[in-house]
Structures are given as C-alpha cells and as structure tokens.
Design a protein around this ligand. Sequence first.
Ligand code: RIB
Length: 329
Amino acid sequence: MSTENPKLEERRARVEALLRGIEKERRIGVIGSMNADYTIDVPHLPAPGETVRGGEVRLLPGGKSSNQAACAALLGASVSMFGLVGKDDNGSFLLERLGRAGVDVTGVARAGRPTGTTLIAVDAAGENAIAYAPGANDLLDAAFVRAAEELLDCDVVGLCLETPLNSVRVAAAQCHEAGAQVLLNYSPCSEPPSRDLAQSVDVLLVNEHELAQLTGLPEGGPWAEAQDALLDMGFSEALVTTGPRGSMVLGEDCARRVESFEVRACDTTGCGDAFMGAVLAGLASGYSLREAAELGSCVSAFAALGHGAQASYGTADQVVDALRQGLLG
Ligand code: RIB
C-alpha cells in the first residue's frame, strides 16, 4: 500500500530490506526462562482487592527468554534455547511450540519442578498485568550454565532476569570471554547489577520504567544523564524502549532516537521480547545497533496486532506483508 508520506515509505522499504537480510550463518543462544502463560482478557486490569469478570482463559507459550528465541527464529535466524521446563504437559507444550518456531531445543532440560507459569490479565487497550511463578526456571543455576557447552559456540547471546541472577552473571561472563556479543534484557528489574555483570554485557535492553529503576533517575529525564549513569555502572551500549515514542540507542558518544511503528494494539504482551528477539536476529545478521533497533520497532509493533506473546509473532514474510498492507505505520 502506498501512502502520501514519502518518509514513511522510505522507512518501510528500509525495514523490509532488513527483514529480507536476516541470516542463519551466525548462531544465537538464548539462555533463560520458559513459561506457560494463562491469559484472560478483561475490560480493565483489576485494582488491589477487586475481582474483574473476563473472557475465556487461554494457555499460550511464553517466558521472556523463550519468547525472544521464538521471535528471532521465526524471522529466520538460527537459534538455540537453553533452560528448564517441568516433566509436565506445559513443559511439552512449550517445547513443541518452540520447535515449531524453528528453535533448537536440545539445550532444554526437563526438571522435577512444575514448568514456569504466569497469570496474565489483558485489558481492552491491550495493556497487561502479569504474576509469575518461576517453577523450573529457578533451577537454572551456575552449574546448568557451565554444563551448557554449546552456549559457548554461539555468536550472539540473549539473557534476561527471569532466572536466578547468579546464573545470568556466570552466563554473561563465560559468553563474553568466549567472544560472543552478549545482550541482557534487565527485566524483570530487581536489584542493581554488579559491575562485573555490566562489564560482561555488550548491549543492555530495558524499557523506560526499568531504566528509571536501574539508574534512580526520574522517568523521561535527560538522556545524557541516563547514559552517564549506565556508563558509570559499567555498561557500554543500551537500547531503551519508550513505547509509542520508539526507542533510544545509547552509546559512549551518542544518544539517538529510533521511531516506533504505529499500530492498533490488540495485546502488548511480549512486545518487548519481540523487540529483543529482532535485535538478536539483526545483530547476528551483522546489522548496526541502530538498524537492529529499527527492525525491533517494526517486529514489536507487529506483535501487538495479535493475542499473546509468541503466539503473535510473525515470520519475516508475514511482517513484510503487514508493512505492505499499511498495518504498521
Ligand atoms: O514479557 C512477556 C512475558 O513475561 C510473558 O510471556 C510471561 O511469560 C512473562 O514472562
């Protein structure tokens, strides 16, 4: 679909070329969480003490790490997942869905604990509230990381904080030392990172709320201050997502905004993970951080069009079709 807006046309063409250029040659390793998401649509998110009547409960594949892996694989990258699920039906369900997305799941173990589970409420505007029971994800310890030898062969590695922090620290250090490009999604944001963890990370990914929590600076404050605070912590480059205002690329000597793609959101669950999955795929394909962020903007907007996290992700062809139909503007 052509518009009267040549700048938007140009941008769509640029992102289409990025989607078409995703390569399989370099391997992405994602080590972290896998969850079964029990999701209910509600007219509004319940306030404390409130009960809200919703629609049917849906069981959907989720977990931040698993979502990131699925997104990158669907786009055409070559991805291996490392983590733990239970010996239960939800564990089998998650493995089957990841396999269907094209992720190599030989690095996923079955544990004697229930598969990680979330309860998610999604309101009429597509916003969500999530409660998380880690289950088997909590067994991802330093010993598991050290035993995951294939992780060391990966060129780009994705981490998040839904598994114990010490395992994230060990994985980041080990992979960074082996020469991989390490991306850390500091979510869910808990305690501040140690300096050694920050220094093992090549690119930090956070949203603006997490950035404020991490730096102690007010949300929406000057980017130069946030950038200095991250550099002081030991991080070198960061991508900060700012919802409908797009994202910021923060580096040692620059802070640049990447615009978002407007979309009529159905469900924003997992859009941040889609952004990270696309960035992983982009960096593995040799794109600059700015190009990877632009790809992330488009792919995360696509993810807001459908229900759930992984369930709403698309292949590169599907995202290109949505761009051409003007669904992402
Ligand atoms: O980021 C979305 C994800 O967060 C969901 O899939 C849920 O499992 C929680 O981990």
